[in-house]
Design a protein around this ligand. Sequence first.
Ligand code: SAM
Length: 357
Amino acid sequence: MAQNGGEHVPAGTWGRVTEQAESTKDRSFDTMLDPWIGCLGLKPIDPAIANHYLPFLKAIDTLQLVPSYFSKDGELNESAAKLRVTDLGSLLDINLINLYAGTRPQLTVLEVGGGYGRLTEAVFNVFGPKQVKYVMIDSVPLSLFYAETYLSNNLPNISVGSYYKGDPFDLEKFDIYIIPTWHFEKLNRYEYDLGVNIESLQEMDQPKVDYYLGLFDKVVKKDGLIYISNSHDYIFKGEWNYPKNWNCLFRDNSPRSWTNDHPAEIFVKDHSVEAPARNRLLQFAHEKHVETFEDLTAKLADLLKKYEELVFEVPNDLLLLRFPTSQLIQVLKNRVRRRFGMKMKQAQLPRLQPNNA
Ligand SMILES: C[S@@+](CC[C@H](N)C(=O)[O-])C[C@H]1O[C@@H](n2cnc3c(N)ncnc32)[C@H](O)[C@@H]1O
């Protein structure tokens, strides 16, 4: 961690993860996975989760991976027994990538914040080393070390090079190369067909998000693709300043979205002069699905109007309806506050006039 105390220093939580990992006695791969895929990703797949993912997966499954794990009526089969929720995310990522990039004869990938190597492993299992070269950059050394060991163990026929082992950054010699961001900046001489960031920019701040979007813009080829899947309302709630020359091909929440505004997005770089107009329309289409605070307060206002009528028309035999309207509003406000946190400070519930006012 000492090396990267400058502009690339990761959020404080990652320092603590490193300290915990250094002090823990049980260093098996399984016990250490949590920082990269979280408690939700670690869960085994139950029927409810399978049903949540399946319609989307089936719609995009050009790789025909779904029938290997699910029967026709959506039952999990034996080979799915050991899968975790995070693996459904990998089926989703790899199919989305295939839809847009699968036919490219050469796929040189740059992944920022690739964690333990979840997507890298899936990409090599599906596309293979003849088609793919893969560079992973990160600013958390623990992630880089873990990924290097994990991928070397699990992809024995793939050559994995690492900056920390003293390997040269040479994609003729290695199929996968793993390197900290601040060394990548100086040593990279490749252009990429695909830039990827999943569940990682969402934990950063505005300068870092701007930096990585700019980095993709700098090193992804003309006509190259950028695949980004992050929450916009978790830790980082700032601006997503996508370069104007990126044309958005897809933007929508996916089954992975565990917050309200959490799109999977695919862009192509320098492809069309119409990019800004198209991007605006896709942003609008995505926002229509996202229940904003304002949507919710409008719904509450409607509900309260109905309650007002009930308060006056129905005898006071329901506990809730015995509340005076001001208390009822407070109860509902508290519920909204629990759901939307600090946003309550920025907006006011509409003031309602009692029906008999
Ligand atoms: C929650 S994990 C997601 C891992 C992986 N993308 C996946 O979906 O399985 C977040 C990743 O972002 C990395 N990260 C955190 N801060 C970073 C930074 N400032 N620059 C680059 N990577 C960072 C972490 O080391 C980790 O690999």
